[in-house]
Design a protein around this ligand. Structure first.
Ligand SMILES: C[C@H](O)CC(=O)SCCNC(=O)CCNC(=O)[C@H](O)C(C)(C)COP(=O)(O)OP(=O)(O)OC[C@H]1O[C@@H](n2cnc3c(N)ncnc32)[C@H](O)[C@@H]1OP(=O)(O)O
Length: 707
């Protein structure tokens, strides 16, 4: 019996050859080095056909063209030479496709990413389906890599350097229509006629690589060394401002495209393969690949072992405020479910409906969504001042004020109007789920579902169980959060749950540094340089100083003195400084650059004269070590289930630098011994809040790691 192949060739009567891609036994097509031989055979056969009129490359897996090179294969390489040779192998294969004497058309339905798009770019033309599953892009940068099989050379030549650079530098994934607008695909068609349309195109076109047609201005820019110099130096500046030198792939991408533009296509490919090999060996890429593996594994988990989730069709949302509006939006737009919003005031319902409408209207304007899709989504949203319709909802998500009595009342109300299976998920960020469930008739249905603001953008959801939450409730809530586009982590009940708990000591320490005289921007810049998206003082303004002031004593009472916040909230709130929401915080929200400049009057208010004494590294370590230590407490106490969940929670919930892999991967990289030694050092200098978590000491004794 012959072994099933990933690449097979069909020679049709109309003299068009179709290369079918179908990697056996896998849900997605990816490119592996082991396919080289069979691709070579297919190409040999094609090169020998005399009467060939055209070639179509298509996937036999609906909804998956090619999702790139196999990331596990890249991960398994032990040195730069091995990864470089993988890139070269891909380049050689694609060069042969491009060199075919007849027109070659890539027929794209589903993910066409990384090596998949590089394959399609080597074809003479591309045609894509209008399916939602069709996504087109070069996401290698998100793995700390660059496109290694011709992407850095072919995309700029097809659409121009200025359009290609941002796509490769961000890894942005495009819908078919956007790809057409940029000139990456020739046409967009329904999936049902994809093959037919591709055959038509191959018969009607030429075997010639398309090149970008420049306006005279772009010709002056991209067509001359001086012009390109301007483009690349601006790109370098922007990359440095954004990445603070933490992502080596960015500079390499710019260097590679620049080199190819100056020295020609072949030289560019050489440079690209070498850069790919080097980048694959960087610790940054290794950590980013770990995140890919972690999130892919998490997509399959139910959160409750073998327990199956119940089917969810209708969701009720209590409260139409900022969070409720966002939750209703992700339910209707992302999950495709109906969401019924209940509020005590009509204005609440109107706010929630308008919230969704405004978000989608922006998408329609940017052509990311059609008006019909907007209207269909709006039809899934409804509102009410009473519980009408709630007898049919499968899950209720509560987003009302942080008031225990009110939330317990909501549980009682839902238990009386909804079915015995209806899940009550509370979006509390500070109240214990155990207390909310304490008065419930069916506590097994009560669970926490903590979203982060803004709900439509933040990727994490914390799912909080109390002792009595049933497996079915957990599995159903996890499945719902995933449908809403979230990456959920299941945590157990406790003050701050996981994310806010590790955030609190970090924020407190930043405030302490400021109170000791470090300038606010020095503290924020140090942590941005470390890799966080915003600094802690800026974050405090975003979250609300009043909110932080309310939560801080609760955390300290529940978790002990290491959570005690420095004494400054009274002065700040006495001056009505709540942060961005009332345009009065650590930063100034008036003037030309609102939110960008520190409001110096805050120093006088706090009675300090700022004077920088510490270096950026010292500042970052002071705050970050407390976050790391707290993450270890959370693991030891069973708040999180694994270091992996702790890493993903911190990266997706707080923006812990992805290239460091998350708190646990970072500690492994530093060495547990080193983490303990730094903590003990600070413990002596700054006090007991730095006492290493007992688990860390045990790990040092046993010479253990988290992974
Ligand atoms: C030389 C080149 O330039 C280098 C490269 O091409 S590097 C690779 C670039 N490509 C990427 O980064 C894309 C990575 N993949 C994805 O983003 C997402 O998987 C996707 C958007 C394609 C699909 O997402 P989704 O529908 O949620 O499916 P998801 O569960 O993630 O993936 C389905 C399966 O495909 C696998 N898969 C997808 N892309 C993969 C890849 N590039 N390598 C290895 N496995 C991959 C997943 O591991 C998973 O396998 P499993 O079912 O055995 O666990």
């Amino acid at each position: 019996m012959s072994e099933q192949k990933a690449f097979t060739l069909e020679l049709r009567d109309d003299h068009v050859a179709v290369i079918h891609i179908d990697v056996p036994g896998e849900s997605m097509n990816t490119l592996k080095a082991s396919f080289a031989e069979e691709v070579a055979q297919v190409l040999n056969q094609l090169e020998q056909q005399n009467d060939l009129k055209g070639v179509v490359v298509i996937s036999d897996k609906p909804g998956s063209f090619v999702a790139g090179a196999d990331i596990s294969m890249i991960d398994a390489c032990e040195n730069a030479a091995d990864t470089e040779s993988l890139a070269r192998q891909g380049q050689a294969m694609f060069d042969r496709i491009e060199a075919l004497k007849v027109p070659v058309v890539a027929a794209i339905d589903g993910a066409c990413l990384g090596g998949g798009l590089e394959l399609a770019l080597a074809c003479h033309h591309r045609i894509a389906t209008d399916s939602n599953k069709t996504i087109i892009g070069l996401p290698e940068v998100q793995l700390g890599l660059l496109p290694g099989s011709g992407g850095t050379q072919r995309l700029p030549r097809l659409i121009g350097v200025q359009k290609a650079l941002p796509l490769i530098l961000t890894g942005k994934q495009l819908r078919a229509k956007q790809a057409k607008k940029l000139g990456i695909v020739d046409d967009v068609v329904p999936a049902s006629i994809l093959l037919e349309a591709a055959i038509k195109l191959t018969l009607a076109s030429k075997a010639r690589v398309k090149k970008v047609k420049h306006s005279w201005l772009n010709k002056a820019l991209e067509g001359t060394g001086v012009g390109r110099g301007i483009i690349f130096s601006k790109a370098r500046e922007q990359a440095q401002a954004k990445a603070k030198g933490n992502y080596p792939a960015l500079d390499k991408i710019i260097d590679t495209i620049a080199y190819g533009a100056d020295k020609g296509f072949q030289a560019g490919l050489e440079f690209e393969a070498r850069a790919f090999g080097e980048l694959a060996m960087t610790p940054e890429s290794k950590q980013l690949r770990n995140i890919f593996f972690a999130t892919t594994a998490m997509k399959k988990e139910t959160g409750a072992g073998d327990t199956k989730p119940r089917k969810v069709e209708r969701v009720g949302v209590l409260g139409g405020g900022l969070m409720g509006g966002g939750i209703a939006y992700v339910t209707a737009a992302k999950a495709g479910l109906t969401a019924r919003i209940k509020d005590i005031a009509e204005t609440g319902i109107v706010h929630a409906l308008k919230y969704s409408y405004d978000l989608m209207n922006k998408k329609v304007k940017r052509k990311h969504m059609t008006r019909t899709e907007l209207e269909a989504t709006m039809l899934r949203l409804s509102g009410s001042l009473d519980y009408s319709g709630f007898d049919r909802v499968d899950v209720v998500i509560e987003a009302v004020f942080e008031d225990l009595k009110l939330k317990q009342q909501m549980v009682a109300d839902i238990e009386s109007v909804a079915s015995e299976h209806t899940i009550f998920a509370t979006n509390t960020s500070s109240l214990p789920i155990t207390k909310i469930a304490a008065t419930a008739k069916r506590p097994e249905n009560v669970i926490g579902l903590h979203y982060f603001s803004p709900v439509d953008k933040m990727p994490l959801a914390e799912i909080i169980t109390h002792k009595g939450t049933s497996g079915e409730t957990i599995a159903t809530t996890v499945a719902l959060a995933k449908k809403q586009g979230k990456t959920p982590i299941v945590v157990t009940d406790g003050a701050g749950f996981y994310v806010n708990r590790i955030l609190a000591p970090y924020m407190n320490e930043a405030a302490r540094l400021v109170l000791a005289g470090e300038p606010i921007e020095a503290v924020d810049n140090a942590l941005v340089k470390f890799g966080f998206p915003v600094g802690p003082m800026k974050l405090m303004d975003e979250v609300g100083i009043d909110v932080a002031a309310k939560v801080a004593p609760i955390m300290a009472d529940e978790l002990g003195d290491r959570f005690r916040a420095p004494d400054a909230f009274d002065k700040l709130l006495g001056d009505d400084r709540k942060g961005k929401k009332n345009k009065k915080g650590f930063y100034s929200y008036s003037g030309k650059k609102p939110g960008k400049q520190v409001d110096d009057s805050v120093y006088g208010l706090l009675g300090i004269t700022p004077a920088a004494k510490l270096g950026a590294e010292e500042i970052a370590q002071r705050a970050v070590l407390l976050m790391l230590n707290e993450a270890v407490y959370c693991l030891d106490e069973g708040i999180i289930r694994s270091p992996r969940d702790g890493d993903i929670g911190a990266i997706f919930g707080i923006g812990f630098p992805p290239f460091r892999g998350g708190p646990f991967r970072y500690m492994d990289a530093l060495g547990i011994h080193e983490v303990v030694s730094r903590l003990q050092d600070y413990q002596q200098q700054h006090g007991d809040r730095y006492t290493p978590a007992p688990l860390l000491l045990k790990m040092v004794e046993n010479n253990e790691r988290f992974y």
